[in-house]
Design a protein around this ligand. Structure first.
Ligand SMILES: [Zn+2]
Length: 107
């Protein structure tokens, strides 16, 4: 088949079955790379329905910062140039922090 595999699937190292992650989580690297970008690595827990093999692996990598967002998944890279959306996302996080720091409302 010539179709590209889905970005979130991995191939079982034992039998070669395509497996979707049972669980995913993000690892954020606190140190920017040489281009000043933060790398967010999406990790996945996999369990092969065919042979029962369990393993963990990288599902995708997202690089944030600099000129845009670079998404690396399934062996392919996508560079998103949308400055506005990325910045808006940062502002949302700042608002969340303010909310946490503000005093609770009086009853
Ligand atoms: Zn397997």
């Amino acid at each position: 088949m010539g179709r590209k595999k889905e970005s979130k699937t991995a191939v079982c190292p034992v039998c070669g079955t395509r497996v979707e992650p049972t669980r995913t989580w993000n690892l954020v690297s606190p140190i920017p790379d040489s281009k000043g970008r933060i790398t967010i690595t999406v990790m996945g827990s996999f369990e092969c329905p065919n042979c029962g093999r369990k393993w963990r692996g990288v599902v995708s990598k997202i690089k944030v910062g600099g000129a845009g967002v670079e998404v690396e998944a399934g062996g392919s890279k996508k560079v998103l140039g949308g400055e506005g959306e990325v910045k808006r996302e940062g502002e949302v996080i700042e608002l969340d922090v303010e909310e946490i720091l503000s005093e609770p409302e009086e009853e």
